[in-house]
Design a protein around this ligand. Sequence first.
Ligand SMILES: *Cc1c(COP(=O)(O)O)cnc(C)c1O
Length: 503
Amino acid sequence: MSSNNTPRSITRNGQVYEEDLIFERSKPGRVAFSLPEDDTDLPLPMESSLVRNADELRLPEVSEPDIVRHYTRLSSWNYGIDMNLYPLGSCTMKYNPRINEEIASLPAIADVHPDTPPQFSQNIIKIYHDMQDLLCRLTDMDGATLQPAAGAHGELTGLYLIQAAVKAKNEKRDVILIPDSAHGTNPATCTLAGFKVRQVKSKEDGLLDIDDIKANMGPDVAGMMITNPSTLGIFEYNIRKIADLLHDNGSYLYMDGANYNAIIGIVSLKKMGVDVSHLNLHKTFSTPHGGGGPGAAAVVVADSLKPYLPGPIAAKDESGNYVWTNPENSIGRMKSGPGHTGVVARALAYVLTYGKNIHLVAENSVLNANLARKSLADEFTIASPERSMHEAVFSDGGQKKSGFATLDLAKSLIDYGYHPPTVYFPLNVSGAMMVEPTETESPESIRHFAEVMNHISRRMKDGDASVHEAPQRAYIKRVDEVRAARQPILNYFSNSKKNDTGS
Ligand SMILES: *Cc1c(COP(=O)(O)O)cnc(C)c1O
């Protein structure tokens, strides 16, 4: 990658600007370990069957410092919540307090095997038990499972519960109503669970169209999935009315609660008429995400669906011991093991450190989203006149007129040291830009982000063509996103033209 005459830069401001692939650093025979010749009977690692096929695997041959430096340098290219604000709407990228990490890494939590008998893992079952209990109290629901591995997996769990309840009543209902503003996982999960999706419209203001819901209701409707607050960042005020319509029809209300950050500690899901909902522990409950680590979802249910919950569920027996139980008509396990224990432990620590003040999470996330909305209002067109909850969605109206797209803005933000917001989602907003600062940002950091967004917008209105070329300061310039998606290169050896990086 380096040119022939200029020595390439190793670091600048602590950042490496050029980095070969680990395969390109490979030198035949170079290894990352040093062990004496085999003069004992001990089977050394290189003789084990796992390593015997190393040649076939064609692993890079590098030294230990090569490996450590390569990955440490790459890690400095990452953008993370520990570096700066992360405005990724719908994702709730909040700062994760270090105390939760410390608690999840305690050996008594991190080192316990999932199959440890209950008498030796009382502390683990208690963590699940207390979290289930707190979630029921927070949401005002009757039962909870912490098994699902992520939000979409929670949706699948919830839909299986609805399916089980419909079957128990000897009914045939195979349709789920879903609004056009829904998160992509909603229709995908319905299809995976074997339901048919029937789309219902949202109105100009982003709220659901009750008449359209009535028009689509029928004996084949098993339930409806509603995201509340919606993906437009607004509260679905009619949710109780819609729940009544569904219940009168013998159908269930699934609330996608991935946006629970905006209402935690304030709103009762029971009073909204919700039968089942998933909450993303890696969004609202401060588990780090976006880096590929495990997430988890909690699914909370009303009494009507409680008998079908997946096991094991943590409970306390008469003698005060913590035990794993299985609900009588359980749909079975959703995964092996009780759940992602490290994530549940972080979530429990998070809730307990807020205690009675947990509502401040919602209040401050709404306050911050509205500060962002107001600070961007002069340059950007808000997508819904309704009050914003935890995020504000803008359309590209103003920028489009000057010949620029949302993508130009997103790419340009990188040059100013910001991760772009979620763009082109929700699908029912033209060139959507979805900004969610979360409650962990200070007013100063939100104002600075808005200042940069507004500055880029003014450059666009001034016809500054260089915005089309952004990012300029990043190592990789603008990539061909269509080609990247259609012809992904997933393996070093299938890519013989190794310098073809698209930069
Ligand atoms: C994030 C999100 C999901 C999916 O959650 P995953 O953990 O990514 O599977 C579903 N619905 C909404 C509204 C979301 O924001």
